[in-house]
Design a protein around this ligand. Sequence first.
Ligand code: HEC
Length: 173
Amino acid sequence: LKRLAFALGFALAGTSTFSAEAPSPNLHNLMKNVIAVQAQVIWDIGNRAQDDHGDVDPKKLTAADWAKMSAAADKVKQAAQSLASAAHVAAAAAGQKLQDEGNPGAFGAADVQKVLDAQPKVLNAMAQALVNSMDQIQGAIARRDGRKVGSVSGDLDEVCEACHKVFWYPNQK
Ligand code: HEC
């Protein structure tokens, strides 16, 4: 009981300063090391199991495939969740360069940071959309619903793209 009271007190004392002190998630690392890699796992497994209509045929997926897809969705969800709930997000770590940074017209980390800081709630909402997609795909995986897995993973690149257009290449027509 004493320990619980301590934990509670600690949690409560922490709340007022938590958002200011919580380390800002590094968006670039989350994209490069988690979200892009794990979304690709979902796409690859889904593509391999496509039928003639473009639906995912559950008969072409092994238990291991389903498990891999589910684990990947979980990792994407966790990364997206950290972006969805952050008061402040770092575009990249100091010295990190973005893909295409330095090319004419391409955004660098400092440019992305400006847009992030101007619209933190938009970033939260767009990251939440990715969380929601992952919840949908997990539900479909649990039901072994190949058609739904196919449609959610087929729409996934639009969820990615929508956010990239706002924060990464807003000047691109
Ligand atoms: C909530 C906004 C948001 C969502 C959703 C999002 N991204 Fe990103 N992503 C960004 C921003 C902003 C950048 C550019 C800045 C950076 O790299 O730090 C980026 C960069 C990237 C990069 C470049 C990383 C590199 O190597 O330089 C890849 C790849 C990427 N995203 C893949 C994805 C994929 C795949 C999805 C969907 C499954 C996705 N992103 C969803 C915001 C988002």
